[in-house]
Design a protein around this ligand. Sequence first.
Ligand SMILES: Nc1ncnc2c1ncn2[C@@H]1O[C@H](COP(=O)(O)OP(=O)(O)O)[C@@H](O)[C@H]1O
Ligand SMILES: [Mg+2]
Length: 269
Amino acid sequence: MRGQEQLNERPKVEVDASHQYGDLVVYKRLKFAVAANEFICICGPSGCGKTTLLDMLAGILRPSEGAVLIDGRPANPKQQSISFVFQEPSTFPWLNVRDNVATGLRIKGIRGSEMVEKVRDIVEMVGLTGFESYYPHQISGGMKQRVAIARAFVTDADLILMDEPFVSLDQPTRERMQNEVLDIWRHRRRTVVFVTHNLEEAIFLGDRILFLSAKPARILAELPIALPRPRDPVSPEFMALRSQCMHWLHAPSGGQMPAQGKLNHTENR
Ligand SMILES: Nc1ncnc2c1ncn2[C@@H]1O[C@H](COP(=O)(O)OP(=O)(O)O)[C@@H](O)[C@H]1O
Ligand SMILES: [Mg+2]
């Protein structure tokens, strides 16, 4: 987690909400906060409501009850600067890499040399220099996902929501992308909410992990990850955390709390 100065600031994100689709209860009073510049990972089984949560954070979906606040105001994509990276690479097939990346800037009215510079910097950061004129059908899945990430990070969106963005990538590409996202996050100081059902990924990336139970989802545990970066997935500390966490990921709907350990229990009231 970032320094002491963060402690007095209002959280970037405050969630205290319930949601149901018709009769299907996804969340009953889900409550947590995310600090500015924090990299938080949300882990939970398939179908527990991770995408629903991101949709609420993005202001695309209003919670049935309660509130999702960004900088103290209800999440609203028209008023707040929020970017989304989806699970499947989402690029515009009719635009080349450069124009795909520039889309978010154009929407914000950023043009001319400022746009050119921002696009050039971020394209370089995600390792796509030289591919600016390529179209999505001419590049690999991993490169497309890098285009989507570049598009999310190029705007000054200070909240980046990522929904299992690396699921469709092979392991080496996934590892490279994880490092790229950390690099960009570190350089640009954004708040990132990263959804994954992959435990190693969450421990590798996050300042903190929230574990959700199966539906109706509640927070099973909240785990700060104090390991220094870059993290080594085969180090004993990493593996110890991993085995400590397996329990949470595979709990059917709220496993037993361990009697002791580093886990901070966050109870939904
Ligand atoms: N628009 C919707 N209408 C009705 N049910 C939905 C809708 N979106 C998701 N669901 C259901 O809500 C639950 C949570 O879905 P989702 O948030 O996509 O889970 P996750 O991303 O964790 O896999 C699932 O049971 C899913 O079928
Ligand atoms: Mg999902």
